[in-house]
Design a protein around this ligand. Sequence first.
Ligand SMILES: NC(=O)c1ccc[n+]([C@@H]2O[C@H](COP(=O)([O-])OP(=O)(O)OC[C@H]3O[C@@H](n4cnc5c(N)ncnc54)[C@H](OP(=O)(O)O)[C@@H]3O)[C@@H](O)[C@H]2O)c1
Length: 240
Amino acid sequence: MRPKIICHMVSSIDGRLRVDRWTAPAAGIDAAALRGRYDEIAARLDGDGWIVGRKTMEPFARGQARMAPATAHFPRVPHVAGAGGRDLAVAIDPHGRLHYGRDDADGDHIVAVLGEQVSDAYLAELRADGVSYVFAGPDGQDIARAMDRLSELFAVRTLLLEGGGMINGAFLKAGLIDEISLLVYPAIDGLAGIPSIFGYAGDTDERPAAGRSLRHFATETLDGGMVWLRYRIEPEPGTD
Ligand SMILES: NC(=O)c1ccc[n+]([C@@H]2O[C@H](COP(=O)([O-])OP(=O)(O)OC[C@H]3O[C@@H](n4cnc5c(N)ncnc54)[C@H](OP(=O)(O)O)[C@@H]3O)[C@@H](O)[C@H]2O)c1
């Protein structure tokens, strides 16, 4: 059984993700205090860890690629290096492009979600770093299966899906999101084509959220004019 997944994001009022492009807060409103709300609210969601796409994990993965020829063959089964009671920092990295050099991101234990085609040398590097890993099928696209493994191996009940837009879109398309927790920051981007909180890369006639409906269950207005919106995702009436 997979964990409950809450997609927790902060966006401008037009749903855009590039914080560096947003308009400045109005006079007298502290931008740093506004930005700090994201982590404060995440803590209130009481997750057992967080999940991000490969690109969003990059700033946390500052190790050097070692990739020495592997002297061992590792069967493509999950490896638990030991979370030691820490929350999980889960990176969806199908090709094994991230090099950590450590076993934590912001103090949380790193778990890489990989495709089975990654090399033995890469798996040896993760093991040496103390990083855990699970597989998401041959090409790393079976994220539902990977979520099941996380529940089984780490006993996680709730995970926060924290972007970027591409990985959020993939989870949305796979029907893996149970709730949305969206902080609407009092700012505008305004430029067409800037990534938004969901960015599934599909054909023009695809509808990644087809068959689902949003049920609003809470709204809170925070200091500085940030608005916290919460929705449950349910099957669209008549489709379940
Ligand atoms: N405002 C916010 O709350 C917020 C939150 C998070 C991130 N961000 C920003 O968003 C930007 C990164 O977002 P992003 O959407 O470009 O990248 P992302 O979602 O962080 O990562 C995308 C990568 O995930 C991997 N992936 C694995 N399975 C996938 C699948 N089924 N579908 C798509 N990708 C899959 C791919 O790696 P490979 O290319 O290796 O295959 C893909 O390139 C950063 O600038 C970050 O700062 C903002």
